[in-house]
Design a protein around this ligand. Structure first.
Ligand code: ADP
Ligand code: MG
Length: 544
């Protein structure tokens, strides 16, 4: 087969456009992305060679090497890791598999403001494509470990790329950037200078566990220590943040870092992060979740779902467990008792970290607006931690425009108020203007306004908080104190109720006198156990 010219997938083309026109101000990070990919490739090869003894791969000196040529204006990042087959190159480099790409691009097009655009692309992260911020041509040569032939890929980052087989490619991948003129003439961006490269590696990639060598020198530029194995006091925030970006593929600093070490019968270290931004796919079914699993410094897998519950899918990081087998499968992990113990501890630790975060109101509000909806799912799934989760809730209410915790709600309850009142609905305005609200507002009772679809589900499970019942104002008989309708009224209205009941028999179960209303003549109430309209809609949307 000879050289072929292929087209990038439409989304990829649009992303490349954005990259080429460099809307991201910190160009240095392209090198971090390439080193991150090289490091992943070395991790994968080591694991594969440990599991598959027949793999014909050279693992004697796994490393990353950087070469610069001021004369040719090139920078090459090379690894002798797993490499890619031709199909993998087309799949992985020619297309963007990330869910939420279309959505991101749409937002990007709609946004006029350059800073907002930059933030979006930073949030999305563009990995390999970030090379086009500094290069007008990129050449990638790769050979998958164990395979004979290699592949050469080249693109100017416009609409197409060239791909062809090569016979003499070494194992692993090399990426050569043909640097744009402005990036070598300008002292600030001289990516063909040793000094600049040294500085960027030290800054962004020091923790990479493989040696990163520059030119002919054998002395690595990086210290190579696994960050999670170092004492907390010796690791700077910046190092934690760069490590976070490596494991999460996020471009933004994390909101919180959690470093844990457990000794005893089952030893492990964990370095977890709470991101400051929700990924686009947080609520998509195929969205990624889980942290990375290592066994004694050897990378085992990405997205290890067994280590964190679904509702904490936004937590990123690494768990290094010391006593697991290297070729443990995802299925076995789910059953593993030790993994279950670790998982319980991680959950407790994340929740206690969030509880502490509440002391800084602004920070916690930031967290809540990104991940609150995911956390609410825990009220449904995680009965063991229900109390901690209830204390972490922030909900809108009729009291003010601000969110309130349940505890604060309780502290504001009227003396004669027994229950915690809430109403679910599609929007704040709908709930506020509901006839159900009238009597509660008249009495000065605060009502929680629950408008997330997931609210409908958790309120079904949680019946009380702090000894107080959670009571929907739109369901059943709500006891508002002295509200019994007098007997004479019951009698007086009996014929009307009977008539209405007959007229509406196909639509309602019962017609009752009520003390709930002050100005409206009538309202519709759900039965204690009926599902609400929003929930009905949600189930329908989920195809149930
Ligand atoms: P991400 O790293 O977030 O997956 P990238 O754009 O950085 O996204 O890379 C896309 C994919 O291309 C990687 O997931 C990996 O499968 C493949 N890839 C990139 N660089 C290398 C490399 N040096 N060796 C092997 N595979 C690579
Ligand atoms: Mg990457």
């Amino acid at each position: 087969m000879s050289s072929e010219t292929l087209e990038f997938q439409a989304e990829t083309r649009q992303l490349l456009q954005l990259m080429v026109h460099s809307i991201y101000s910190n160009k240095d990070i392209f090198l971090r992305e390439l080193i991150s990919n090289a490091s992943d490739a070395l991790d994968k090869l080591r694991l594969e060679s440990l599991i598959d003894k027949d793999l014909e791969a050279d693992t004697s000196d796994l490393h990353i090497s950087l070469e610069v040529s001021a004369e040719d204006r090139t920078l090459t990042v090379r690894d002798n890791g797993i490499g890619m087959s031709r199909d993998e190159v087309v799949q992985l480099i020619g297309t963007i598999a990330k869910s939420g790409t279309a959505e991101m691009l749409r937002k990007m097009r709609e946004s006029k403001d350059a800073a907002a655009k930059q933030e979006l692309i930073g949030q999305f992260g563009v990995g390999f494509y970030s090379t086009f911020m500094v290069a007008d041509k990129v050449t990638l040569v790769t050979r998958r470990a164990g395979e004979k032939g290699g592949t050469r890929w080249e693109s100017a980052g416009e609409g197409t790329y060239e791909i062809e087989p090569v016979d003499d490619a070494p194992q692993g991948t090399s990426v050569t950037l043909h640097l744009k003129p402005e990036d070598t003439d300008d002292q600030l961006h001289d990516y063909a200078a040793d000094r600049k490269i040294r500085e960027i590696v030290k800054r962004y990639s020091d923790f990479i566990a493989w040696p990163i060598r520059l030119g002919d020198s054998d002395t690595p530029l990086n210290s190579m220590k696994a960050l999670w194995a170092r004492p907390r006091s010796e690791v700077s925030d910046e190092e934690y943040h760069e490590f976070y970006k490596h494991v999460s593929h996020d471009w933004t600093d994390p909101l919180e870092t959690i470093h844990m070490k457990a000794e005893g019968t089952f030893e492990y270290e964990a370095l977890l992060f709470i991101p400051s931004r929700a990924p686009f796919d947080l609520f998509m079914r195929e969205g990624k979740r889980g942290v990375q699993l290592y066994v004694k410094r050897v990378f085992i897998m990405d997205d290890c779902e067994a280590l964190t519950p679904q509702y904490l899918r936004f937590v990123k990081g690494v768990v290094d467990a010391h006593d697991l087998s290297l070729n443990i499968s995802r299925e076995i992990l789910q059953q593993d008792r030790q993994i279950q113990v670790v998982r319980r501890r991680l959950v407790k630790k994340v929740l206690s970290t969030l509880t502490e975060m509440r002391e800084s109101k602004e920070k916690y509000l930031g967290f809540w607006s990104e991940f609150g909806r995911a956390l609410k799912e825990g009220l449904i799934d995680d009965a063991d931690n229900r109390d901690a989760l209830l204390d972490l809730l922030l909900l809108p209410s009729t009291a003010s425009g601000e969110l309130t915790s349940l505890r604060d709600y309780v502290s504001r309850m009227k003396e004669d108020q027994k229950d915690i009142y809430y109403m679910t609905g599609e929007s704040r305005a709908m709930v506020e203007h509901s006839p159900h609200m009238e009597a509660f507002l008249a009495k000065g009772y605060e009502v929680l306004i629950l408008t997330d679809p997931v609210d409908e589900v958790w309120v079904e499970r949680i019946t009380e908080f702090d000894g107080k019942q959670l009571q929907s104002i739109a369901k059943g008989q709500v006891d508002l104190g002295a509200t019994e309708t007098p007997a004479e009224q019951q009698e007086e209205f009996a014929p009307l109720l009977k008539w209405l009941g007959e007229k509406l028999q196909d639509d309602v179960k019962d017609v009752r006198l009520s003390s709930r209303l002050t100005t409206s003549a009538a309202c519709i109430v759900g039965d204690e156990h009926d599902i609400t309209p929003t929930l009905e809609k949600m189930y329908r949307a989920m195809g149930q």
